[in-house]
Ligand binder design. Structure first.
Ligand SMILES: *[C@@H]1O[C@H](CO)[C@@H](O)[C@H](O)[C@H]1NC(C)=O
Ligand SMILES: *[C@@H]1O[C@H](CO)[C@@H](O)[C@H](O)[C@H]1NC(C)=O
Ligand SMILES: *[C@@H]1O[C@H](CO)[C@@H](O)[C@H](O)[C@H]1NC(C)=O
Ligand SMILES: *[C@@H]1O[C@H](CO)[C@@H](O)[C@H](O)[C@H]1NC(C)=O
Length: 397
């Protein structure tokens, strides 16, 4: 009986910890503009899909339950059971959830007051045409990073109508990525070798660099550039690239070593490029967001952070063994179903995280040491410039 009480007491503490919202840092960013892929999409893809294939009855699986079940209680087009990193960032800075660009085009521009989310499921850094020439096929959509940037340029005149763009950008946060996961993923999944796929990395980094510098030339001041996640820990990777040697797997985490090394290689090149951009553009704050190590904390010590389930197993799936990932029956398609407690899992559907893991990453980025230069320093620049007293920048709970 006493044991049972202790157990439920511990459980109560755990629930409180998990449900505690992130602190709200007020008087910092007043809007967020996000570019990216399925990690950040808040509904663009499911609307694009309807436009690309009008009259189709089958919607993408992200438009089906159980997607969205934990927070929204209905699918929103997000690839998670609830909120994403962009959503948690918006909450942290006291903003409403950032609306997707595509849904917003039919609405008045005032809905874009707190920013716009341009991210689209499946978006590569390089244009789809580049891959078609190399016979790597993108069937999801033809929206790339470049398309998203052109959308942004298209809305700027209306965004800056009531003020100057400079004023807008002084207190805006741009989140540029992560990009690259779809470039490399399509190459690997369509049978290209590690060597061949590796040659894409400098091209991807160059494309990201060009986009960042284009944004800076438009007047953007605060840019966060996330690196790739440890893709070798995803149930989809562990299933599709099953290794036959014990040495293929990390002894502590069970993740695929070569694929995590690939993510790290991308991240190293990206950080070196960001250093060059900072030297060239001293008027902008270019922050690296270390998504890799922020999430790796969970794979290294899942229990410590309340992710007691199986860290490498997807919460939602149709029972593929052993990672609950089956490419023929994925989350959202019958007969898949979600686990009872998504918050104990890192992976939601095998390719994307649960909202619990996304909350953890966001907290690590904004409060921990996983942004460089730290995002707090960019916030304090804004609050000083706009004349807030230091009391106004104190966080409220
Ligand atoms: C936007 O409006 C047009 C014209 O009214 C309509 O055809 C289209 O389906 C709408 N798009 C979305 C995403 O709602
Ligand atoms: C994507 O494809 C649609 C037709 O399916 C086309 O109208 C559009 O221009 C293409 N966009 C890009 C960026 O290639
Ligand atoms: C934007 O910030 C710069 C300093 O970085 C400042 O000189 C300028 O006045 C600010 N502009 C507006 C419109 O707030
Ligand atoms: C950044 O600010 C947040 C809240 O304002 C605080 O909790 C955190 O400790 C700060 N982090 C660093 C590294 O300064």
């Amino acid at each position: 009986m006493a044991l049972l009480k202790t157990v439920s007491f511990c459980f109560a503490i755990l629930v409180v910890l998990l449900l505690t919202p992130l602190q709200i840092a007020s008087a910092c960013y007043t809007s967020i503009y996000a570019f990216g892929d399925s990690l950040s999409d808040a509904g663009n893809y499911i609307h694009i899909y309807q436009q690309m294939f009008p009259g189709t009855h089958k919607l993408p699986r992200y438009a089906s339950p159980p997607y969205g079940e934990t927070y929204f209680h209905h699918p929103t087009g997000r690839t998670s059971d609830g909120r994403t990193i962009i959503d948690f960032m918006a909450e942290y800075y006291g903003l409403p959830l950032i609306p997707p660009y595509i849904r917003g085009v039919n609405q008045s521009s005032s809905n874009f007051g707190a920013g716009i989310n341009f991210a689209v499921v499946g978006a590569p850094a390089l244009d789809v045409g580049f891959y078609e020439e190399r016979r790597i096929h993108f069937t999801t959509s033809n929206i790339s990073m470049r398309t998203q940037l052109s959308w942004f340029k298209g809305v700027l005149p209306s965004l800056c109508r009531s003020s100057s763009c400079r004023e807008l950008f002084n207190s805006s946060l741009i989140v540029m990525g992560p990009f690259g996961g779809n470039d490399y993923g399509h190459s690997f999944l369509q049978g290209r070798s590690l060597e061949e796929t590796k040659t894409l990395v400098p091209l991807v980094i160059n494309a990201i660099s060009i986009s960042i510098q284009e944004l800076i030339n438009l007047g953007v001041k605060n840019i966060m550039v996330p690196g790739m996640l440890p893709d070798g820990c995803l149930p989809i990777s562990l299933t599709m690239f099953k290794g036959y040697k014990k040495e293929d797997y990390d002894r502590i985490t069970g993740c695929l070593i070569w694929l995590n090394d690939f993510s790290k290689y991308h991240n190293e090149l990206l950080q070196a490029e960001l250093t060059r951009i900072r030297q060239r553009h001293r008027n902008a704050v270019v922050m690296y967001a270390n998504y890799y190590d922020a999430l790796m904390q969970l794979y290294l010590s899942p229990e410590q952070y309340g992710f007691g389930g199986e860290p490498l197993t997807a919460c939602c799936g149709a029972g593929g063994i052993p990672y609950n990932y089956d490419s023929d029956a994925v989350c959202g398609d019958p007969p898949s179903r979600a686990c009872a407690q998504p918050s104990l899992y890192i992976s939601w559907d095998g390719a994307h995280c649960t909202e619990a893991a996304y909350r953890f990453i966001t907290k690590s980025l904004l409060e921990g040491p996983y942004t460089a230069p730290h995002i707090n320093s960019s916030c304090s620049l804004i609050t000083e410039e706009s004349g807030y007293s230091s009391a106004a920048t104190a966080t409220t709970r």
